[in-house]
Design a protein around this ligand. Structure first.
Ligand code: ATP
Length: 310
């Protein structure tokens, strides 16, 4: 079990992690989800004892990370963002080397290598040089080294970063399998990853935890709002004001990212109990705007994430 209590990390006077607290229980997979620079890697490095905190306390299985670092490190498997692999070593040699570093005796070494290689699907690659493996297989080697000493806690920093879609699916299902027996915290800036892999999500932004819960809870929390998306011809000048004047419209935004030549897309956040498509269409027609598409949806987790981290 991981307990983080009022953890803060300053780099000079810049607050990278700002007074965060959370708990992760055995058998849980928790995702630390946030945009670039949110403080995910800093938090994970502190959890693993690689970086000192400025203040606050972290305990792993009741042992203080700062006061009892050796015992804590023995119970953690860590996969950093770029796994520290020796490219010219063969997979088997590398795992033997890590097993020696972890202090496993000969029979433990043989058994554990066999088990983790089996678990991570590395058996056919054992005699291959790490530098000759695909990124997906290198990531498996990274996971295998993190699992070798059979730690109770796994800390995985962006475990699927740089992988192709097939490799992502494989690594995610591997993490889910491993997560049944261990406590897992993983960082990601990809929402679908958090949703597909994690039991619970902590949304982190600018060093603070701004929301937490299961993906369903996070979505439900925001179900009082619905979104109507309209696509019109032209740039829609003056439209935001007209839409904002409607009853039960909370917010209107023009999407810069969705611009297709000659069209504009607007998102209108409304009270979820009201379907405002009729009033919105009428406003468009009255204002002389040519409506191309209109649709309404409940909040997605992506919307929740954007709302918390924008
Ligand atoms: P990413 O997804 O981009 O890796 P992150 O959420 O992991 O982002 P961190 O790497 O923890 O974020 O960084 C948090 C903030 O702290 C960033 O603004 C970063 O620039 C800053 N930072 C990180 N390491 C240092 C350092 N050693 N010295 C100064 N500032 C740092």
């Amino acid at each position: 079990m991981i307990t983080v209590d009022h953890l803060t990390k300053l780099y000079d006077d810049f607050v990278a992690v700002d007074d965060i607290s959370f708990e992760i229980k055995k058998g849980e997979i928790v995702g630390l989800l946030g945009p670039n620079g949110a403080g995910k890697t800093t938090t994970m490095r502190i959890l693993t004892g690689f970086l000192p905190a400025s203040s606050g306390q972290v305990t792993i299985n009741s042992h203080d990370v700062f006061e009892d670092p050796i015992r804590v490190k023995a119970s953690i498997g860590y996969l950093p963002e770029s796994a520290p692999l020796y490219q010219d070593m063969k997979v088997e040699e590398y795992l033997e080397f890590i097993a020696d570093l972890r202090g496993l005796n000969r029979s433990q070494k043989r058994n554990r290598i066999r088990e983790v290689v089996d678990q991570t699907g590395l058996t056919p690659r054992l005699r291959q040089e790490i530098g000759h493996l695909s990124k997906g297989y290198r990531q498996r080697v990274g996971l295998a080294q993190a699992l070798l000493h059979n730690p109770e806690v796994l800390i995985l920093d962006e475990p699927t970063s740089g992988l192709d879609p097939n490799q992502i699916v494989e690594i995610r299902s591997l993490i889910k399998k491993i997560g049944k027996e261990k406590t897992v915290i993983l960082s990601t800036h990809i929402l679908s990853e958090a949703e597909a892999t994690c039991d619970r999500v902590l949304i982190i932004n600018k060093g603070r935890i701004v929301a937490s819960g299961t993906p369903e809870e996070l979505r439900a929390h925001h179900k009082d709002k619905a979104l109507v998306r309209v696509k019109i011809e032209g740039d829609g000048k003056g439209l935001i004001k007209k839409l904002e004047a409607l009853d039960d419209v909370i917010l209107v935004m023009k999407l810069d990212t969705a611009i297709e030549k000659g069209y504009s897309v607007f998102e209108i956040e409304t009270d979820s109990n009201k379907d405002l498509r009729r009033q919105i269409s009428q406003t468009l027609v009255n204002g002389g705007f040519a409506l191309v598409e209109i649709n309404r949806e409940g909040k997605t987790l992506e919307d929740v994430f954007t709302e918390f981290t924008a």
